[in-house]
Design a protein around this ligand. Structure first.
Ligand code: NAP
Ligand code: G4F
Length: 345
């Protein structure tokens, strides 16, 4: 019998890569999409359109993790072997503006799925993966951060994900469920949402290169992130779910870069020479002709910033035998190549 997986958040960056991975591994993949006024399946349409993938291997359902009835109904109908909860309001800055919705989706959403598994008496059959985040470490700047590092979330998003992290452990301990947390550091790809900083930088710099945009406006240039490739990270999710015993894992590359350095690497790839001057909100980067290519805008600063994230994934390397395949340079060049091909069209 083929294994059945259910992915909440299948239309997102990670959901789309995970669906591809599981189909390759011969799973029947059920994905949950939410109703929206415009089409939101752009990241998974190619799976449907692939003539080698039979329609019955990839099935989309409407549902929403803020809607207990839809969650419970889907779990009862599909009776999946593995549930991946990737659905979330995943933007940290947006969480300051929609904190209640973020808590409902990102914290209680996880509870709804866990409770639906229990309510349908599937504790023995259905494994659960929760998409945790390095944002849990937040203001704890002791690096590198691993599974034993103290959490100190610094946004409504981080706090909501803290609840999801602990309720996953609680259901594991109280009901003996196979429920795991991946504590994933930032991961990007050509499918990354356009308002996250890596994709925003790449899209803008490509457009600047082609004279379609003048300036890129950013917030904090000095926050440090541990950026990997989403494809590598969804592989870690699957490995976590194949263990004999449920457990929690930090997934990270172990290499750190500032936002400013990310801009510099992208500029170098595109052959744009940048000269930085000024400081604070007045800091900017000019090109050889003295044009302002990068400037700061206070709209992109957060009420509270997470400055320093660097992961220590030794546990995953040892137990899961996981390690990232793509380095930052190759990630950036892949993102630029795809972006350039879209603009040229
Ligand atoms: P993403 O691209 O923003 O995707 C989020 C997915 O959740 C989308 O499919 C979205 O649907 C769906 N969603 C949002 N609200 C929902 C709701 N109420 N009901 C059902 N679905 C809903 O995020 P991602 O980068 O793939 O990340 C996947 C998960 O990992 C998220 O939980 C995120 O918080 C977490 N995470 C991400 C990173 C990272 O660096 N990427 C790191 C650590 C943890 P629409 O397409 O309709 O918007
Ligand atoms: O790309 P970001 O918005 O990602 P952030 O806040 O690190 O969150 C992402 O990674 C988390 C894992 O650590 C996930 F849980 C979460 O779901 C999401 O995927 O911002 C990265 C950094 C921040 O320090 C931000 O302040 O870039 C800084 N930044 C500077 N200028 C900017 C901008 N971020 C955005 N989005 N837009 C800017 O203009």
């Amino acid at each position: 019998m083929k294994k059945k997986a259910l992915i909440f958040g299948v239309t997102g960056q990670d959901g789309s890569y995970l669906a591809e991975l599981l189909i390759k591994k011969n799973y029947i993949v059920h994905g949950v999409k939410r109703r929206s006024s415009s089409i939101n399946t752009g990241r998974v349409d190619h799976i449907y359109q692939d003539p080698h993938i039979k329609k019955r291997k990839f099935i989309l359902h409407y549902g929403d993790i803020t809607d207990s009835l839809s969650v419970t109904r889907l779990i009862n109908y599909i009776k999946p072997n593995e549930v991946y909860n990737l659905a979330a309001q995943s933007h940290v800055q947006v969480s300051f503006e929609s904190p209640e919705y973020t808590a409902n989706a990102d914290a209680i959403g996880a509870l709804r799925i866990l409770e639906a598994i229990r309510f349908n008496k599937l504790e023995k059959k259905t494994k659960f993966y929760q998409a945790g985040t390095s944002e849990l470490f937040g203001l704890n700047e002791k690096i590198p951060q691993n599974e034993r590092t103290q959490f100190h979330p610094a946004s409504p998003y981080g706090v909501a994900k803290l609840y999801a992290h602990w309720i996953t452990i609680n259901y594991r301990q109280a009901y003996n469920m196979f429920a795991c947390n991946g504590i994933l550091f930032n991961h990007e790809s050509p499918r990354r949402g356009e308002t996250f900083v890596t994709q925003k930088i790449i899209q803008a710099m490509c457009r600047i290169k082609l004279n379609k945009q003048k300036t890129l406006y950013l917030g904090n240039l000095y926050s440090k992130r541990d950026w990997g490739h989403a494809k590598d990270f969804v592989n870690a999710m699957w490995l976590i779910m194949q263990l004999k015993k449920p457990d929690d894992f930090v997934i990270a590359t172990g290499k750190q870069t500032t936002v400013k350095n990310f801009v510099n690497i992208v500029a170098k790839h595109l052959g744009i020479k940048l000269k930085w001057k000024g400081s604070g909100i007045k800091e900017k980067a000019l090109d050889e002709n003295g044009r302002v290519i990068v400037a700061c805008d206070k709209a992109y600063y957060r009420p509270l910033e997470v400055n320093n994230l660097l992961g220590d994934a030794r546990k995953a390397r040892k137990i899961l035998k996981w390690k990232p395949k793509t380095n930052l340079n190759n990630l950036i060049s892949e993102m630029i190549e795809i972006e350039m091909s879209k603009i040229s069209f």
